[in-house]
Design a binder for this molecule. Structure first.
Ligand SMILES: [Zn+2]
Length: 323
């Protein structure tokens, strides 16, 4: 089982395990794509490996079952197709199950991923888990994940070990792409690397041509059209996202990052967006104040999309403000 990056976090849990101070309740937080579920699985292996060294040996029965995704004592909670957990499910499959001894080894690990996406039941789920977190049986561990630590109630945070998932280095995401997509063209790998930077989930989404790929394409088209001063080009790019809220939001947001990068280039700052060349092209056209103004216009458009304004209205007013 290989985890790219996040070694500081994993060493922290490894030390706790090797010292016999296994954490019973953990929170893993960090933005989408940083591999929180993979980290949870790895920590489960640290806790369940029969060698008890803090490093999963990869050889014992526990490690092998976890790797295959079939360990009966590693239980991932399942939300419905909208991402919501049913409170009754959590009660029956976790809270009521916790006192029962493990099937295989000395510990059972429950993982509840993406709790922030369970919009309708985030608080109820945490409330129902509180007693288990306060008085966990020796043979259980619970791992909750969310994009932000803010998702969690203070009563939960104060009783859990908080672990922040971090982006990996460009070298590490490059390694990931080369190892997982050995047959792909190097140009495509480079594009994915630049589009996703240290977020492996985004690199992968780009390679798999998932929504992130289209969002990056939209941001690049917007940046190119704006650099050329083409109002028609901007309208055409926006029209491609007509009616697709998530795509439009992410595309405009990524464009705002390119604009921010173009300002950073004017002040020798760091470039973090999905397309450095587009940021360079823009930085040759914009002054710092014009860049800041453009950035504000785009940020306001993202806020309007979040506030559920009509998408065609957002696109039209964005175009009017840009030219
Ligand atoms: Zn092992």
């Amino acid at each position: 089982m290989k985890i790219y990056g996040n070694q500081t976090l994993l060493k922290q849990t490894a030390r706790m395990v090797s010292a016999g101070r296994e954490p019973h309740s953990m929170i893993i937080h960090g933005e989408k794509g940083l591999g929180k579920k993979e980290i949870a699985k790895y920590i489960a292996a640290q806790l369940m490996c029969e060698a008890h060294t803090g490093e999963p040996c990869g050889q014992c029965r526990s490690c092998r079952l976890i790797e295959k995704g079939v360990h009966p004592d590693l239980i991932f909670a399942q939300p419905n197709d909208k991402g919501n957990y049913y409170v009754e499910d959590i009660r029956d499959t976790i809270v009521a199950d916790a006192p029962v001894a493990p099937n295989e080894g000395d510990i059972k690990v429950y993982v509840i991923p993406d709790l922030d996406l369970s919009v309708q039941t985030t608080v109820q789920v945490q409330n129902i888990l509180l007693k288990l977190i306060e008085e966990p049986p020796d043979h259980t561990a619970l791992i909750l994940t969310a994009r932000s630590r803010e998702t969690f109630l203070s009563t939960i945070i104060s009783r859990c070990v908080s672990l922040a998932a971090a982006p990996v280095t460009m070298q590490e995401s490059g390694e990931y792409l080369q190892e997982n997509y050995p047959d792909r063209d190097i140009t495509e790998i480079r594009e994915a690397l630049e589009a996703g930077k240290g977020n492996i989930g985004r690199c992968r989404a780009y390679m798999e041509k998932e929504q992130y790929y289209n969002s990056v394409a939209l941001a690049k088209n917007l940046a190119a059209a704006y650099s050329e001063g083409s109002e028609y080009g901007v309208l055409k790019a926006l029209a491609a996202a007509d009616g697709k809220k998530a795509l439009l939001r992410e595309g405009v947001y990524l464009f705002s990052e390119i604009v921010r990068d173009s300002c950073a280039l004017l002040t020798d700052g760091e470039v973090i967006g999905c397309d450095t060349r587009a940021a360079e092209a823009l930085s040759r056209k914009l002054t710092l104040s014009a860049g800041a103004e453009l950035y504000d216009i785009l940020t306001a458009a993202v806020r309007r999309i979040d506030a559920n304004c009509s998408l065609s209205l957002v696109c039209n007013s964005l175009c009017a403000e840009l030219f």
